[in-house]
Design a protein around this ligand. Structure first.
Ligand code: SF4
Ligand code: SF4
Length: 104
């Protein structure tokens, strides 16, 4: 059984509310080493990654999904569960806005 099929056939067990506010004094994404990046052309918006993220860092948009990098830890679960390979892990130091302030 595919991951996508399993997710859709799983019984509904409850609702976890999305965070309603962000605390800037508790930003936890700054230890991330790998940044998940969505290929918006590949994303089918199946929402498997949204269901799987342990930190509720993924938000569905109209056509794909967005990551909240202030809280994403880079655990890689969203990369592993995406059945169409729409999420790739890019080393954090490749980004100028990486939260460590270090240069690649
Ligand atoms: S990134 Fe992958 S797992 Fe997430 S919604 Fe898009 S297709 Fe589904
Ligand atoms: S890498 Fe982990 S914490 Fe970050 S969005 Fe993906 S599943 Fe969530």
């Amino acid at each position: 059984m595919s991951v996508e099929k399993a997710v859709h056939e799983a019984p509904f067990a409850g609702t976890v509310r999305s965070p309603i506010s962000e605390n800037d004094k508790m930003v936890t994404g700054n230890w991330r080493m790998i940044r998940p990046v969505v290929d918006t052309e590949k994303c089918t918006q199946c929402l498997t990654c949204w269901l799987s993220c342990p930190d509720s860092c993924i938000t569905p948009t109209e056509d794909f999904v967005e990551h909240n990098y202030k809280y994403c830890k880079g655990c890689g679960i969203c990369i592993r569960v995406c059945t169409v390979g729409a999420v790739v892990g890019v080393p954090e130091l490749e980004f100028e806005d990486n939260p460590t302030g270090k240069e690649a």
